[in-house]
Design a protein around this ligand. Structure first.
Ligand SMILES: Cc1ncc(COP(=O)(O)O)c(C=O)c1O
Length: 400
C-alpha cells in the first residue's frame, strides 16, 4: 500500500467479496454467457407500485431539498409506529436515526461507539460487512463460531468464553445472512442476560424480520427486558422487506445519546438520506403490506424447493433455514477433488470453478467466516433455481 496516498485504516479492510463474485458473474453475462446467478443479496422483485408512486408524487410536489440529517419526522413516526406494531417497543423521535441504508446505520454506530482496544463479538458465519466496519474503526472483531448441527445458533458456553473486560458490543443478526438461522426467545434470553452481566451493547440487525417461514415469529432481543431495550440498538431498513435496495434507507432505534452522535456524524458527512426515498419509506411502512406477504410466500416456496434439492445431492448437507433468502450448504466433502484438472481445496476454489466451468454463481463461505460452506441466494425465480440445482448436481458428478 502506498503510504504517501492512503491511510492506515483503509488498509485494514478488504473489498466486499459478495459484491466481487456478483461483479464477475455480471461481466460474464455481459459477454453473452448464460450465468445462473445465486450470489445476489437483494430481492429479485420490483419495488411495489404504491411505494414508487409515493416517490413520484414527492418529486412532483418538489420534495427535493435537504431534510433534517437524521431523517424527516414523518418517517421517524412511521418507524416508531412500526416498532410499536411489530415489537411492542416504544421509541421517541430522539431515539431514531434514519441513514443511507442499514449498512450506513451499522457503520455509523461503530464510528461513534468504537475505538482501539474495544472488542466486538460477531457470531460466525457472519455478514461480511460486520467484520470490516469493526476493523476500520480500529476495534477488534472476536469471532464466535456457530455450528451446522446447532442450526447456526450461538452456543451460550462459546459466547461466554469470548467475553473479556474489553467486550463492548455484540452483533446479532436474526434472521441471519448467510445462514438464514433464526433465534428463539430462549436463545436470546441468555445473550440479554450476559450483556447485562458484562455491560455489553447489543446491535440487533433485524433487516430480514419480514422474510420468515414455517410460522416463525421473530423476537427482538430489545423486547426481553427494560435493560435489554436500553442496551440494544435495533438496526433495520427498507431494502429486503420492500425490495428497495437501491433507495438506500435504513434506520437505528435506541439510546438517545448514541442516536444524537450518529445524527451529528451524518450532518458532517452524508447529510440527510435522499428526501424522495424517505417519502417512499413512509409509504412502505404505513401503506399496504400485501406485497411483503406476497414476496414472503414466494421465498418460502423457493426455500422449500432448494433445501430439498440440495439435500438430495450426495455428500451435501443443508440446514433448513426459517428466514432470509439464503441457504448455506456444506460442500466440504467435495474438497480435494478436481474438475477438468482444476483442484478444489476450499470454498473460494469451489465457487470460482463452479462459476467458470458450470456458469453457476454462488458466494464462497470464507467470505462469511466459514470455509466449509457456500452461500446460495434464492432471490431469483424458481425456474433459475431448478436449472441451477441441476447444473450444480452435474458439476459435482463430474468432480474426480
Ligand atoms: C445482514 C444484513 N444487514 C444489513 C444489510 C444492509 O442493508 P442496506 O441495503 O439497508 O444497507 C444487509 C444487506 O445485504 C444484510 O444482509
Amino acid at each position: 500500500m502506498s503510504k504517501d496516498k492512503l491511510n492506515y485504516r483503509i488498509g485494514l479492510i478488504e473489498p466486499s467479496m459478495t459484491q466481487g463474485i456478483s461483479a464477475k458473474a455480471k461481466d460474464m453475462c455481459a459477454s453473452g454467457i448464460d450465468v445462473l446467478t445465486f450470489s445476489a443479496g437483494e430481492p429479485d422483485f420490483d419495488t411495489p407500485e404504491n411505494i414508487k408512486k409515493a416517490a413520484i408524487k414527492a418529486i412532483e410536489e418538489g420534495f427535493t431539498k435537504y431534510t433534517a440529517a437524521g431523517g424527516i419526522n414523518e418517517l421517524k413516526d412511521a418507524i416508531i409506529a412500526k416498532e410499536k406494531r411489530k415489537n411492542s417497543l416504544n421509541y421517541k423521535r430522539s431515539e431514531v436515526c434514519v441513514s443511507v441504508g442499514a449498512k450506513h446505520s451499522l457503520y455509523n454506530i461503530c464510528s461513534v461507539m468504537l475505538e482501539k482496544g474495544d472488542e466486538v463479538i460477531i457470531p460466525a458465519p457472519y455478514w461480511v460487512t460486520y467484520e470490516a466496519i469493526v476493523k476500520i474503526n480500529e476495534a477488534t472483531p472476536v469471532i464466535v463460531k456457530t455450528k451446522e448441527e446447532d442450526n447456526f445458533v450461538l452456543d451460550k458456553h462459546e459466547l461466554e468464553k469470548a467475553v473479556t473486560k474489553n467486550t463492548k458490543m455484540i452483533f446479532l443478526n436474526n434472521p441471519s445472512n448467510p445462514t438464514g438461522a433464526t433465534y428463539e426467545k430462549e436463545n436470546l434470553q441468555f445473550i440479554a442476560e450476559l450483556a447485562e452481566k458484562h455491560n455489553i451493547w447489543i446491535v440487533s440487525d433485524e433487516i430480514y424480520e419480514d422474510i420468515v417461514f414455517d410460522g416463525y415469529e421473530p423476537v427482538s432481543i430489545a423486547t426481553l427486558s427494560e435493560y435489554a431495550k436500553e442496551k440494544t440498538l435495533i438496526v433495520n431498513g427498507m431494502s429486503k422487506s420492500y425490495a428497495m435496495t437501491g433507495w438506500r434507507i435504513g434506520y437505528t432505534c435506541g439510546d438517545a445519546e448514541i442516536i444524537s452522535a450518529m445524527t451529528k456524524l451524518q450532518s458532517q458527512s452524508t447529510s440527510n438520506p435522499t428526501s424522495i426515498a424517505q417519502i417512499a419509506a413512509v409509504e412502505a411502512l404505513n401503506g399496504s403490506q400485501d406485497s411483503v406477504a406476497m414476496m414472503r410466500e414466494k421465498f418460502e416456496e423457493r426455500r422449500d424447493y432448494i433445501v430439498k434439492a440440495l439435500n438430495e445431492i450426495d455428500k451435501i448437507s443443508c440446514v433448513n433455514p426459517k428466514g432470509a433468502f439464503y441457504v448455506f450448504p456444506n460442500v466440504s466433502r467435495y474438497y480435494g477433488k478436481e474438475y477438468n484438472g482444476r483442484k478444489i481445496n476450499n470454498s473460494m476454489d469451489f465457487s470460482m470453478v463452479l462459476l467458470e466451468e458450470a456458469n453457476v454463481a454462488v458466494v464462497p463461505g470464507i467470505a462469511f467466516g466459514d470455509d466449509d460452506f457456500v452461500r446460495i441466494s434464492y432471490a431469483t425465480d424458481l425456474d433459475t433455481i431448478k436449472r441451477g440445482m441441476q447444473a450444480l448436481k452435474e458439476f459435482l458428478n463430474a468432480l474426480k
